[in-house]
Write a protein that binds this ligand. Structure first.
Ligand code: GLU
Length: 464
């Protein structure tokens, strides 16, 4: 049997980080088993589903490296098939037409509310003769759900969950206007897509009983279900904007690497001993649903940021340079030509050691692309005393005499410090201020070398 999973988001305008984790688990499970991972856009709510909203999901998945193995299935295109199955159930006596008016249904709900019962359909058309149908009402089709016994789901995360069938009413599968209900559409689509494992948020657990009843009525084998706990904020409440970023593209904007986000999401609610750093390849090799916990997980932004720093230091310098240039592109005060690109690339090994996010990295690299005069942070300006400026003037010939390699620059700075009776820091700090406009940067020798002879000496000359 080919293992086939799907991610089935509703296009609401963002890809929530919880949805991203659901996609990741579906992806990893299918890859682990050499199966297929599919995407279904659940766009039956036409009012809310726009092309732009779908694009946000596709972009988010692509960024995370979780694009599906086949073009997405759009649920809205399958309405005729959903109706066909509803009619097949009707023909088989597994469903029936219900001519209840909206007013009757409202009265039923009120009655239930008054008696403190959950609202449910009382089955009044289950056995009634269609010849009694009122004129002018378009009938809905309802499932003739079993009334005795239990519906049992052997969930791969939650364990065995069951409900007495007497608790479930006869749900509508096709509305009076011929449109399918959501629960029905999902079952028909999962069946037709030959989904073997439905991995989704545990907010869908109660839907599962009703969905299983549709499978049973059709004589279809249901897939295996795995309901994974939701992601909460640090305070235990459902994760929302007030906790921080929630949409995948927001994490991208804030400078997180997709592989760090995936690693973090994997570890959030799935355990493999104490290992924290699990890359994509290892995740595919190790992932199993047995490792998914049942308790809600809590989003910890500090932990994600830490992990991001780890991945940043391991990331390829060319790639980081490209990203930094893109992030700096909007800043009008910079000159972002090939010279700046080469400087940023040259200093990247030192820059990435200090950064936790790509935003930090871009901020730290900006000085390399800034034309003279550099903006000065107050702390840097304070270092450039008249005495320091005189020292910098004396330093220029010593630096100029080198080949401007990191090693030669380091030696020249040390010799200059010794010869003038200064500590290395007393030379390096004003020099750093002159070169970068700040008090922090990678090693001063590497910073000089990345700027290159002409630019470095010009920056000093502008201040000395
Ligand atoms: N469309 C549903 C959602 O976005 C998911 C349905 C499912 O996975 O079965 O929550």
């Amino acid at each position: 049997m080919t293992i086939r999973t799907r991610f089935a988001p509703s296009p609401t305008g963002l890809l929530h980080i919880g949805g991203a984790r659901t996609a990741l688990f579906n992806f990893l499970f299918s890859r682990h088993h050499g199966g297929e991972y599919l995407l279904r856009i659940e766009d039956t709510d036409r009012a809310r589903s726009t092309e732009a909203a779908t694009q946000v999901i596709l972009d988010g998945l692509a960024w995370l490296g979780l694009s599906p193995d086949a073009p997405p299935v759009y649920q809205s295109t399958r309405a005729a098939r959903h109706a066909e199955i509803a009619h097949a159930l009707l023909a088989a006596g597994q469903a029936y037409r219900c001519w209840c008016t909206p007013a009757e249904l409202a009265a039923m709900r009120e009655e239930a509310a008054a008696a403190g019962r959950p609202p449910r359909y009382d089955g009044r058309w289950r056995d009634r003769d269609p010849s009694e149908a009122p004129a002018g009402v378009a009938p809905a089709i309802r499932l003739r759900a079993p009334r005795e016994g239990e519906t049992v789901v052997a969930d791969l995360v939650q364990g065995e969950v069951r409900v007495a069938n007497a608790e479930l009413d006869d749900m509508i599968i096709l509305r009076g206007d011929g449109s399918p209900t959501y629960l029905h559409a999902v079952v028909v689509d999962d069946h037709d897509m030959e989904i073997t494992h439905v991995i989704r948020g545990d907010d869908h657990l109660t839907n599962t009983f009703r969905q299983v009843q549709i499978y049973q009525a059709m004589g279809w084998e249901p897939p295996r279900f795995a309901h994974i706990p939701l992601i909460h904020g640090a305070d235990g409440a459902k994760l929302s904007k007030r906790h921080g970023a929630v949409s995948v593209l927001e994490f991208r904007e804030q400078g997180f690497l997709p592989e760090a986000v995936c690693n973090y999401l994997l570890r959030l609610g799935w355990g493999h001993g104490d290992s924290e750093i699990i890359d994509r390849e290892a995740a595919i090799a190790l992932f199993d649903l047995g490792g998914v916990g049942r308790a809600a997980s809590r989003m910890d932004y500090a932990k994600l940021t830490h992990l991001n720093g780890v991945y940043l230091r391991a990331a390829d310098d060319e790639r980081l340079t490209r990203d930094v240039l893109e992030r700096l592109a909007g800043r009008g005060d910079l000159a972002l030509g090939s010279t700046a690109a080469a400087r940023i690339r040259a200093l990247m090994p030192g820059l990435k050691e200090r950064a936790k996010t790509l935003v930090d990295l871009a901020d730290a690299a900006a000085f390399l692309a800034h034309p003279i005069p550099l903006p000065m942070q107050p702390k840097a300006a304070a270092l450039l005393t008249p005495e320091a400026r005189l020292m910098l003037r004396d330093l220029v010939p010593a630096l100029g005499a080198t080949d401007f390699s990191t090693a030669a620059l380091d030696a020249a700075l040390r010799d200059f410090a010794t010869a003038t009776g200064r500590k290395l820091g007393e030379v390096a700090q004003p020099l750093r201020a002159a070169l970068t406009g700040s008090t922090t940067s990678p090693g001063i020798d590497a910073t000089l070398a990345a700027l290159g002879r002409e630019e470095a000496l010009a920056r000093i000359a502008a201040l000395a």
